[in-house]
Design a protein around this ligand. Structure first.
Ligand code: CO
Length: 142
């Protein structure tokens, strides 16, 4: 319990504690911002409207039809689900993209598409979350 009435030293201690806390939060916030700017992939908000160098991969019969592709940094891979009645997704569960927000993509119904721009060279293995035993793919970015 604080002394009552509050002593001068009690008030100063509270101010000092607040200043330390504030400085700590600022120090944590800066690296987080930097990490976001350096995300290795960019998930495009509108897959069907994606432009540039695009490698299209169809999803059908419980498989990524072109399971291994090699692209250059800055290019886009776009997946389109062609399988009626079966939803699939793209999930970077491990590897360089696993901590990116949205690394586990939404379930795609037939006709839906999902597009990712790959920024950082590397090997990006991915799965379909509910069918991970059989649905696997790999994007190699040079
Ligand atoms: Co699937």
């Amino acid at each position: 319990m604080p002394p009552f009435p509050p002593t001068k030293s009690f008030v100063l201690d509270r101010r000092r504690a607040f200043a330390v806390l504030g400085g700590g939060l600022a120090a944590v916030a800066l690296p987080l911002t930097a990490a976001q700017a350096a995300d290795p992939i960019e998930i495009l908000p509108d897959a069907k409207a994606a432009t540039g160098e695009i490698t299209d991969i169809e999803i059908d019969s419980m498989a990524f039809k072109t399971p291994q592709v090699t692209i250059k940094s800055g290019q886009v891979v776009r997946w389109t689900n062609k399988e009626a009645g079966m939803a699939h997704n793209i999930h970077f569960r491990n590897g360089p993209a696993k901590t990116v927000k949205g690394a586990m993509g939404p379930m795609l119904n037939a006709g839906d598409a999902y597009a990712v721009k790959f920024i950082e060279p590397g090997v990006y293995n991915y799965i379909c979350t509910p069918h991970s035993a059989v649905m696997k793919g790999k994007v190699t970015v040079e």
